[in-house]
Design a protein around this ligand. Structure first.
Ligand code: HAM
Length: 430
């Protein structure tokens, strides 16, 4: 019986690995050029760590285990709690602002579907210690810096931005008590994922008040930051948050990525720890689930037993991103093709050992080199060389007795006779 992979996991055959590496290399490059340093943590943590303020949805999706000492552990479904724990641990010695990134492998026991798996990679970029909307703008820029680099334009993707602080103030004006907000956010977060009728039923069930329901639906229809005040009267806190949002859009314009960004009051985020600016990145056609999301979480470090330190950041997964890049024709053409510097062929078996020796010398000098395992004709070996995208082919034959080898340029097809000793001496020049 052949054993299949576990539901919701992926096998990475070399071709898949090439895609994964290309995506992750791009994430790392973008992080570094935006001034972020890499960190990582353990793949499993205490279970209770993921139950602090992450929200019920993620807590229900945990892969948990009990170790032999009876400790309750869980595979990490996200890295933000680990980040909060790690920063708190060294809070007095870490220079601020903390600008860190990570590419963790994450686990969520979700129902597997298009772009949603049980094991995936997620690019995380976070700034800790800056209570300025400029930090939110910088993280959004960093995400777009990468997405733009791989060829996604404002016609392909959109960053939908809102503010939980603003929404909280508006909902309180409508008459929602502060302690009811969190449950309501869970419902509002579902708005774009459910048919409108189902959403409205859920909302009615949560509020039990027709008038409040009507006012919230009206609020959810507001299309611009400027119009928010025309639907619900702005309190001082609401006004401050509206101003902060407007400033964020100005900054994104200054940074040159404003045309990717829109206001969307319906963005609430599924995780419970967000406190301010929140955003999600989607494909423009709206056919796929979110490519990524993030926002400000100013209370998380305190909730993890540390001081009150502001924080903001995002996570982008590899699954939806790869689907979108493939759909847009941006994946295959950008993948680096495996290339070989040298293929070493021999005219017959008697020169095989000499060919292997040359190949190993090339490798020791830092070049990629290969040879054939088969005792095939030269023409077949040359075919193998071209199948492997070899730039040059060395042919070992009778000439070796006179201290010479044949060097063939695989692009032009030109062959030349070289002095073997001189060739070896020049190898070191890579
Ligand atoms: P999140 O919205 O839960 O945020 O996940 C961010 C992204 O990770 C999603 O938009 C999606 O691309 C990817 N993702 C999530 N679950 C899955 C899954 N089951 N399969 C494939 N991809 C998935 C967070 O995780 C926050 N901790 C991000 C953050 C960092 N906020 C602040 N800093």
């Amino acid at each position: 019986m052949k054993i299949p992979p576990v539901k919701g996991t992926r096998d990475f055959y070399p071709q898949d690995m090439a895609v994964r590496n290309w995506i992750i290399d791009g994430w790392k490059r973008a992080s570094l050029r935006n001034g972020f340093e890499e960190y990582d943590g353990p793949i499993f943590e205490y279970l209770k760590m993921f139950q602090i303020k992450s929200g019920d949805e993620i807590a229900e999706q945990l892969f948990s285990l009990t170790d032999r000492g009876g400790r309750e552990l869980a595979l990490r479904p996200e890295i933000t709690p680990t980040l909060a724990r790690m920063v708190n641990q060294r809070i007095s010695s870490l220079p601020r602002p903390i600008k860190w990134f990570s590419v963790p492998r994450l686990f969520r026991a979700e129902r597997p579907q298009k772009g949603r798996l049980r094991e995936f990679f997620q690019w995380n970029v976070d700034i800790i210690g800056v209570d300025d909307v400029l930090a939110d703008a910088e993280t959004i820029f960093c995400a777009l810096d990468y997405l733009r680099e791989v060829g996604l334009t404002p016609a392909d993707i959109v960053v939908k931005i809102s503010s939980r602080k603003m929404l909280a103030a508006l909902l309180q004006t409508i008459g929602i008590a502060e302690d009811k907000l969190e449950d309501l956010y869970v419902v509002l977060d579902k708005r774009s994922k459910l048919p409108s009728e189902t959403f409205e039923q859920m909302l009615a069930g949560n509020l039990n008040d027709e008038n409040k329901c009507k006012r919230i639906l009206e609020l959810m229809g507001v299309g611009s930051v400027k119009r928010v005040g025309s639907v619900v009267e702005l309190t001082k806190q609401a006004k401050e948050s509206v101003d902060e949002l407007s400033r964020l859009f100005e900054l994104l314009d200054v940074m040159g990525v404003g045309d990717y960004c829109i206001f969307d009051i319906g963005i609430v985020r599924g995780l419970a720890y967000y406190t301010g600016i929140v955003y999600e990145i989607y494909d423009k056609a709206g056919c796929l689930r979110a490519i990524g999301g993030g926002g400000r979480y100013d209370n998380l470090l305190k909730l993890f037993g540390g001081p009150s330190i502001p924080a903001t950041g995002f996570g982008i997964g590899d699954c939806i991103l790869a689907i979108l890049l493939e759909e847009k024709g941006l994946l295959q053409k950008q993948l680096p093709k495996p290339e070989l510097d040298y293929f070493v062929a021999c005219v017959d078996e008697s020169y095989k050992e000499a060919a292997v020796k040359v190949a190993m010398k090339l490798r020791s000098a830092g070049w990629t080199a290969s040879f054939s395992y088969k005792s095939a004709k030269l023409s077949k070996q040359l075919k193998e060389a071209s199948d492997q995208n070899a730039k040059k082919c060395i042919i070992i034959g009778e000439e070796l007795k006179a201290g010479q080898i044949v060097l063939k340029d695989m692009d032009t097809g030109r062959q030349e006779l070289c002095d073997y000793g001189k060739f070896l001496a020049e190898l070191e020049c890579k």
